[in-house]
Design a protein around this ligand. Sequence first.
Ligand code: AMP
Length: 216
Amino acid sequence: MNLILLGPPGAGKGTQAKIIETRSGANQLSTGDMLRAAVAAGTEVGLKAQEVMNRGELVSDDIVIAIISDAIDAPDCAQGFILDGFPRTVAQADALEGLMAEKHKTLDAVVEIRVDDEKLIKRITGRFTCGNCGEGYHDEFKLPRNEGVCDECGKSDFKRRADDNEETVRKRLAAYHAQTSPLIEFYSAKAKLISVDGMKDIDDVAVEIETKLASM
Ligand code: AMP
């Protein structure tokens, strides 16, 4: 199964991608995670992307298209892929169509996760993760059971994303509305789009996605 998860930053694309991954065997491909790994590794791509990401703007289409072109060919995508954070512009969506045709792959569905902006700001600015195992936490909604200690792995190495501050989040949301939201119409016109209510609990969102995909 090949899917796209579409939605503003903080809508829960990464969380839902992981649930679908476990259920279906398709592989999550997050361009944000791949770019952050490139920044951490200090690669040429990372050096180009870092400042743009810290400003809350979009990295150039060429860079992310090249990343995705390689990633969807990798053996871990043999059972499909779940694109999380890509495409983010109409140019990226056009390029993806070309890549998939070339590689004889088909897109099964695009899942739009809808959440309102003010909720997103609260969700994003409060989130942090365990730097060791990746477990996600939130200042208000999910603190570790023992302060400063990860519930999952017991380590005390928490981190926050550099772009999760309110000023940058507002810019990321503006980029979403200006550059990414036209994709809702783009995929709706191709009868590929399903929309789910991302304001519900994680498990309820997952059920809504599963049900709507099954009835496509
Ligand atoms: P995310 O983890 O999806 O919120 O992405 C974090 C940041 O990485 C974004 O604000 C962009 O700067 C960059 N980024 C991730 N995916 C893309 C993409 N498909 N196109 C352009 N920039 C991207």
